[in-house]
Every structure is written in C-alpha cells, then in structure tokens.
Ligand binder design. Structure first.
Ligand code: FPP
Length: 252
C-alpha cells in the first residue's frame, strides 16, 4: 500500500485507485441543450444524443481500467425545467433501461442508482430496481446513475437516517465521525471518485457528490456532452495519470 492509499479517506468500502489511472470517474454530462440548439433542434434531441454517449463511455471503461463510473443524469434542481423536458428525460431513462438492460448484464456492468426515489414515478423506480437486481452479480464495471440527486439533499437524507438511529438507541452520538456519516450516504458501497469530469465549459460542481469528491481531481472540458468521445475520455485519463495526488500530505 502506498502512502497515498494509506491516508486516502473513503466514503465507502474498497481500496485506493491503482497507480496511474483513476479507479472511480464521475461525470457531469452538461451541454445537451446547447448541442441541440446549435442544430436548431429541441433540447430533448440533445438529451437523446447524450444517452448514446453514455453507452459509448460505459463500454470503454473496463478497457481503460475504470472500475467505477458515476454519471449525473438528473439533479434535484432539474425539476425547474419545463414539464415537457422533465417528462422527456424520464421517458429517456426508461428507454435506456429497456434498451440497455441485456447488454449491461451480459457485459458485466453492475448498475446502481443514487438520489431520492420518492419523487420519481413508481414505474421508473420499479424499472431502476429491476435493473439493479438483474446486474447485481456483475463486477466488470460499477455504473452508478444519479437521478433526482443533489449532494446537499443526500447529506440531509443521510443525517435524517442517522438521527433516527441515535433516537432509537442504535447509535451513540459520541461515535459519530465522518466515516459514520458516510455509511448513511447513497454511495456507501462506492469508493470516493478520483476524478470528476464536467463537459461544456462550465466550471461548477452543481451539487454533485459534494461529500465524496473532497479529494477528487477535477477536469473541465469545453466539449458538449453529445460530442464527448472515447478519444477525449482517453486523453483526460492520460492527463490524470500525470498528476500527483497528495491527499493533504506533502510530496516525496
Ligand atoms: C445537462 O445538459 C444534462 C442533463 C440535465 C441530462 C443528462 C441526461 C443525459 C445525458 C441523458 C441520458 C442519460 C442516461 C443515464 C440514459 P443541459 O440540458 O443542462 O445542457 P445545456 O447546459 O446546454 O442547456
């Protein structure tokens, strides 16, 4: 174990990243709307193109040594979009599950969803659950899809559950530390992301994996998500491997 691995905080279980490439990559897939607009098309056209990119990037992760991929598909703030766009996105998620389920299962991808399911339509929630069950035995790639997810909301929900355990005597308040709280997060089984990528030239985190990305490297690229290719992805991963991560320690 390297010095970095030894001091690497984890929000969940698992060991540190293999030397070189990132073990866990998280992506804020931004720019679908602008991509569609530039072509004189409705925003949903961009989201559909974005969905095809998800498939392409999922496919190349095992080859690139990425074990965990987490994508931001719908935020707790995205409900503010028009009803038509929200409905279109929900339909797109359902179509993705129907179309990709078999390939995901056969390609060894384990799918998980994070976010608050309470506000999602029951049909979609059921499909999400079925896909999780269908792929539960896989481990070539751990794909996590964030739907109705917000970092602050996740911490608030985690805190609520933790407070309930304190109230019912299952947890001593004196034992609560960062590791304890992490166990109540949606991501409790995942290692922290090593690299967070945001497309479309915006340099914001937008409430994505706030707790988990405390020590992540960030990469902001100008490419709009529907134009994001495996070649661009490979270039970013190579750039990451050249960086030095110290996790608060000094180099050497
Ligand atoms: C941000 O672009 C993108 C979204 C809010 C939706 C992301 C959804 C997908 C990529 C569709 C498929 C996903 C899965 C998992 C099947 P934006 O609309 O904010 O773009 P803009 O900033 O150019 O308006």
């Amino acid at each position: 174990m390297t010095k970095q691995d030894a001091i690497r905080p984890q929000s969940g279980s698992g060991e540190g990243p293999p030397r070189g490439g990132p073990r866990h990559v998280a992506i804020i897939m931004d720019g679908n709307g602008r991509w569609a607009q530039a072509r004189g098309k409705p925003r949903l056209f961009g989201h559909q193109a974005g969905g095809r990119r998800v498939r392409e990037i999922v496919e190349c992760c095992p080859e690139f040594g990425v074990e965990y991929l987490t994508v931001f598909a719908f935020s707790t703030e995205n409900w503010k979009r028009t009803q038509a766009e929200v409905a279109g996105l929900m339909t797109l998620f359902k179509r993705y599950i129907v179309k990709e389920a078999t390939a995901l299962r056969d390609n060894g991808v384990r799918v998980r969803f994070i976010g608050d399911r309470d506000r999602l339509e029951p049909k979609l929630v059921e499909m999400m659950h079925r896909l999780e069950v269908l792929t539960a035995g896989n481990e070539a790639l751990h794909l996590t899809i964030a739907i109705n997810y917000g970092g602050r909301d996740e911490v608030a929900r985690a805190t609520r559950r933790l407070a309930r355990d304190v109230k019912n005597g299952r947890l001593d308040p004196e034992d609560v530390d960062a590791e304890t709280l992490a166990r109540y997060l949606d991501t409790y089984v995942l290692p922290d992301p090593d690299l967070v990528i945001r497309t479309s030239g915006e340099a914001r985190i937008s409430n994505f994996l706030l707790w988990q990305s405390a020590y992540a490297e960030y990469e902001f690229v100008d490419t709009l998500w529907p134009d994001f290719t495996r070649e661009i992805f490979a270039e970013i991963l190579a750039g990451y491997s050249r960086r030095e991560r110290r996790f608060g320690a000094v180099s050497g």
